[in-house]
Design a protein around this ligand. Structure first.
Ligand SMILES: CCCCCCCCCCCCC[C@H](O)CC(=O)SCCNC(=O)CCNC(=O)[C@H](O)C(C)(C)COP(=O)(O)OP(=O)(O)OC[C@H]1O[C@@H](n2cnc3c(N)ncnc32)[C@H](O)[C@@H]1OP(=O)(O)O
Length: 636
């Protein structure tokens, strides 16, 4: 039922011999199990090739056995064991790989197909579902929508389509078995972890974590010994609470005893209130507070949540590299800084990943897991699984300034401020309320760092233009007055007190606007709700298309999740990308073209090539956009 032989001295060749289509009868399953046992235990064998006799790989489960009781080794554990084995297994597919035969190929670490081969999951035509892992492995390999289409139609695909979808690694005109043997010999030295479709990598179990923050004032202090300056800020406190309430022991780092006591009381208070609400007892015994970095030497993972300053974060990571064990994972809670630049100053770039929490971290659901080019799959999987344990909605994103959410915010906010400059102050203030909440100084600092504003920049030369494009300095003028939003009691709005949430229009902002407009000779005109919505939201979605093109987000649905859970996008609109598809891509394109023509100095309004491509392809539904994107981030 299966022939076992050693070829090229070190490759175990297992040939299924159950004519006419090598169906996986109980005898065949038994023979495969025996052959795999031999191959894995024989030190001479370095790799395995599985093929089928008479030019047919395998037609699937033996349907003649369906009527009777199950005999012989069950298929699922047998396939799982092949995938989990420590020697590379290559499927040599000639003829057909259907149903269980395709599922057998999916557990092999590599797949070589003859150009005339056909693959598929035709179970649906028998009234059943693929039951040997196909429903789990295929979506992991080619994405949910492509896999669903194959599973629900049961259609057979050609070797060429399988190659295009990423199901097979190579298509050959020659004898697939011989090609597979040569391929297997080359695969021997390569790591297998990422080749296991069902478990590209196993996340680490995190039992202990450290959360460290550094308060803003310490930025300008002397930092010879970082052990003396960390301080548990708002983000750090929220993250510590999230970790402790799911049973992870936490060391929270503070800078000095006085701050330590304040931080301790706040975290304990938050945990106690949370436990009371949930009717459980607070896990206070899991918390430890320290002012010494040395106490972090044994933790599994550190979440750095210091002030958003690259130089400061780099210094922290350099210190952590000296203190922590070589296997400790380093996570940075940053809202947009280069994760790879931080990884570069550590002694373990592959163990560094971004975890972008949203404030307040113990309340907000969203977590962007930022995959640096050097972050290992295990590191990313661990951050994703830790986020899941913390109850977060996690989205893996690529590493670029602002990642997904904040990168898209820039054109959105730009449009809102340009509209403010041009028009009436009376429109819905979503962006401005949000900016007040987040803190206006955050964006101001980023603009300064990127040379858009600050003492080195002459605001009048040329006025209202920076770096060759339109620039609105009104947000800088607001910040220059010390109005940083809710936390200072004044921002775009005025609040009853510092930290207050009751926003009222501020006549001073109206005066500031009038003075500004008269200085630059701007005649305010009424701007329709439609224009406001189109310019803000289409610019937002346009950047989303660019993010997809750049491979920073894996799919439009990820962008929508980020905006729904992190930025309060109205649920019933489905997120910016879904909203664009509902409006109609053709309409979005036409309006962006119109606005870009009217504002040629605003590059964000220029329609992205992907949007144009999608419209040219007949505006497919959101689930199909991925098929039109060339660049895919290797980790997403
Ligand atoms: C309803 C309750 C079910 C309970 C099930 C519990 C099961 C638990 C087991 C879990 C594991 C599940 C694994 C998996 O997910 C399920 C499956 O794999 S189901 C099988 C899927 N495969 C197919 O549907 C393939 C069907 N076959 C074909 O499409 C064609 O035969 C072919 C392979 C493309 C070849 O086509 P042709 O060249 O034209 O040749 P024929 O059609 O004439 O077939 C030749 C010959 O082969 C026999 N045959 C084909 N496939 C099978 C098979 N899977 N099992 C047994 N025999 C098969 C076919 O009957 C012909 O026989 P002949 O008439 O010549 O005697």
């Amino acid at each position: 039922m299966a022939r076992y032989e050693l070829v090229k001295r070190s490759v175990a060749l297992i040939t299924l011999t159950n004519p006419p289509v090598n169906a996986l009868s109980s005898a065949v399953r038994h023979a495969i199990a025996k052959s795999m046992e031999c191959a894995l235990s024989d030190p001479k064998v370095t790799a395995v090739v599985i093929c089928g006799e008479n030019g047919s790989f395998c037609g699937g489960a033996d349907i003649r056995e369906f009527a009777g009781p199950l005999k012989g080794p069950p298929l699922v554990p047998l396939l799982d064991a092949i995938e989990a084995g420590e020697k590379p297994v290559v499927a040599a597919i000639e003829g057909v790989a259907l149903g269980g035969g395709f599922e057998l190929a999916l557990v092999c670490h590599y797949r070589i197909a003859h150009s005339k081969a056909r693959l598929g999951l035709p179970e649906v035509t028998l009234g059943i579902l693929p039951a040997a892992g196909g429903t789990q492995r295929l979506p992991r390999l080619i994405g949910i929508s492509a896999a669903l289409e194959l599973i629900t139609t049961g259609r057979h695909i050609s070797a060429q389509e399988a190659l295009k979808l990423g199901i097979v690694d190579q298509v050959t005109e020659q004898n697939a078995c011989e090609v597979a043997v040569e391929f297997a010999l080359r695969a021997v030295a390569k790591p297998l972890l990422s080749r296991r479709v069902s478990m590209p990598c196993k996340p680490r179990e995190i039992r202990s974590a450290a959360v460290m923050g550094i308060k803003r004032e310490c930025l300008h202090g002397h930092e010879q010994d970082l052990g003396m300056v960390p301080s548990l800020g708002t983000m750090g406190r929220g993250i510590a609470v999230c970790l402790a309430r799911v049973g992870i022991s936490v060391i929270a780092v503070e800078s000095e005893n006085k701050l330590l006591e304040t931080g301790r009381q706040m975290v304990i208070g938050m945990l106690e209130r949370d436990a009371k609400r949930r009717g459980v007892s607070a896990s206070l015994n899991l918390l430890k507070f320290t002012i010494s970095l040395q106490d972090l030497k044994d933790v599994n993972l550190v979440i750095e949540a210091v002030f958003e300053d690259m130089a400061l974060k780099k210094r922290v990571f350099q210190e952590l590299s000296k203190v922590c064990r070589p296997a400790t994972l380093f996570c940075t809670n940053t809202s947009g800084l280069d994760v790879d630049a931080l990884a570069g100053v550590t002694d373990r770039p592959h163990l560094v990943v971004g975890m972008h929490f949203f404030s307040p971290a113990h309340v907000m659901k969203l977590l962007e897991v930022v995959c640096g080019p050097r972050s290992s799959s295990e590191t990313i999987a661990t951050a994703m699984s830790l986020g899941k344990r913390m109850g977060k909605v996690r989205v893996a994103v690529g590493n670029c300034p602002g990642f997904v959410g904040n990168r898209m915010l820039k054109p959105y906010i730009d449009q809102a401020t340009f509209l403010l400059e041009e028009g009436d102050f009376g429109f819905a203030m979503g962006v401005f309320r949000m900016s007040d909440l987040a803190g206006l100084d955050v964006g101001w600092r980023v603009w300064k760092e990127s040379g858009l504003t600050g003492s080195d920049v002459d605001p009048e030369n040329p006025p209202r233009r920076r770096q060759g494009r339109r620039y609105c300095p009104i947000p800088d003028m607001v910040c220059e007055k010390g109005r940083f939003g809710q936390k200072t009691g004044r921002g775009w709005y005025m609040y009853d007190k510092r930290g207050g949430t009751n926003a009222k229009p501020d006549p001073l902002i109206q005066i500031l606007l009038e003075t500004y407009r008269s200085k630059y000779g701007i005649q305010p005109h009424n701007i329709s709700n439609q224009e406001i919505i189109e310019r803000c939201l289409f610019a937002l979605a346009n950047e989303g298309f660019r993010i997809l093109e750049d491979g920073i987000a894996a799919r439009p649905e990820d962008i929508d999740v980020i905006y729904l859970f992190g930025y309060g996008f109205p649920r019933h609109r489905g997120g910016p990308m879904f909203y664009a598809s509902m409006v109609g891509l053709e309409r979005v394109l036409e309006r962006l073209e119109h606005y870009h023509q009217a504002h040629p100095d605003v590059p964000h309004l220029k329609p992205s090539p992907l949007l144009k491509k999608l419209v040219a392809c007949g505006s497919p539904p959101v689930q199909k956009w991925r098929e039109h994107i060339k660049t895919m981030h290797s980790h997403l």
